[in-house]
Design a protein around this ligand. Structure first.
Ligand SMILES: [Zn+2]
Length: 331
């Protein structure tokens, strides 16, 4: 609780907001090991089709038909891929206008009796505004969120599809968070303040998390914006501070299987994203794999109407999917 407040205070002091920040430095750069790895293949075509399907529903805005359709789609895909348990966690969240909104987190467990577990996260909602778009006339319209939302879900659904076909020893938990991207729009705030209006689904999940009959995961991996052609994955402050062992595993593996040009062991900055909630309240050390660098921020399509399926790169999806599956195979 205390550390969370310090992070928020730091973010406020530097004018940062959820999904929106510029460069503070981590204190130490974790070291990257180099050795031969046997990489686990990942089907980027399949992941791409999961992303396209989400976009076909339209923007996944809370309490919309597209939102309902996407819940049905994600839960049926997780069941089809052999999840032992699939749950929809319904919750009420309070948005930036102090309105109560209905949100739904999607939760799945594979091999629930395994004691050694990893957990994968992504947000699945799409932003109701294009507040970073160059065209002022369409800034109040929702975005497709092909990269920002659908890409993380697509990669994780493909890992779920391959989970039972691959001889993983490690148990797998999945949570798709709702209401990550509901934060106060910049045409209201000018880009400042109200950090608590982001990550509402993960706030609820993390504050109510209990390990109970399913063992607590050793570490978590959050995927956010993992499909841009020019993606760079650097290490943000929270990942470095709370999950440095997992950071080492992921970035070392990526480098050893040929993706060191995308996963660069460099400091990015302070982010408020779903992993902050998970680290603080669920006490699961969680890494954010997010396309964000200190020198250019988020990708150009971020919170614009250019965040569409046509701008998703299968090369980047493959790099992310293979890295995670290779890490999982070693657990
Ligand atoms: Zn976003």
């Amino acid at each position: 609780m205390r550390i969370y407040k310090i992070i928020i205070a730091t973010a406020l002091a530097t004018g940062l907001s959820a999904c929106f920040s510029q460069g503070e430095k981590t204190q130490e750069s974790p070291k990257v090991s180099t050795k031969k790895e046997v990489k686990v293949d990942f089907n980027a075509d399949s992941a791409y089709s999961y992303i396209a399907k989400q976009c076909e529903f339209g923007p996944r805005i809370l309490e919309s038909k597209a939102h309902d359709n996407c819940v049905e789609y994600m839960t049926s895909e997780l069941r089809r891929h052999g999840a032992d348990i699939v749950e929809v966690q319904k919750c009420n969240v309070i948005d930036w206008e102090k309105k109560t909104r209905k949100a739904e987190n999607i939760i799945a467990h594979f091999n629930p009796s395994a004691k050694k577990r990893v957990i994968l996260f992504s947000h699945w909602d799409s932003r109701p505004w294009a507040d970073q778009d160059g065209n002022e006339a369409t800034r109040r319209k929702p975005i497709d969120g092909a990269n920002d939302g659908a890409s993380g879900v697509g990669v994780i659904l493909e890992i779920a599809r391959q989970y039972k076909q691959t001889d993983f020893k490690v148990g797998l938990d999945i949570v798709f968070f709702d209401a990550e991207d509901l934060g106060e729009p910049t045409f209201i705030t000018g880009g400042r303040g109200n950090n608590d209006s982001w990550c509402l689904g993960s706030q609820y999940w993390a504050r109510n998390y209990k390990a109970d009959s399913i063992a607590k995961p050793r570490f978590g991996i959050l995927l956010d914006m993992v499909g841009d052609a020019d993606a760079k994955f650097h290490v943000d402050v929270t990942s470095g501070r709370f999950a440095s062992i997992a950071v080492n595993k992921i970035w070392s593996t990526a480098r050893n299987i040929g993706y060191g040009d995308i996963f660069e062991m460099r400091e990015s900055g302070q982010l408020i994203d779903d992993h902050v909630q998970v680290c603080q309240y669920a006490d699961i050390p969680t890494v954010d794999i997010i396309d964000f660098t200190a020198y250019r921020g988020f990708p150009e399509t971020w919170h614009t109407h250019q965040d569409v399926i046509g701008n998703i790169s299968k090369t980047t999806l493959k790099a992310v999917g293979e890295t995670i599956m290779t890490v999982m195979a070693k657990e």
